[in-house]
Design a protein. Sequence first.
Length: 69
Amino acid sequence: QQINFEVIDADACADRRSDLNCDGKVDITDVGILIYYWGTAGSGQKADINKDGIVDVSDVGIMVYDWTY
């Protein structure tokens, strides 16, 4: 069985704040990642989009604004 994966530089998608999986778009996959981290505290988590120390509804609002079609 073959498993494909890609190694990326963590800073390569730093400018795309809501693109949590660094695939070049903000979509349902990013929502899933945000939900996984929902309510967690600690800066440094990419899911804490507004960097206020917790993953919450404010981060969802930013993600919706950044949504790609």
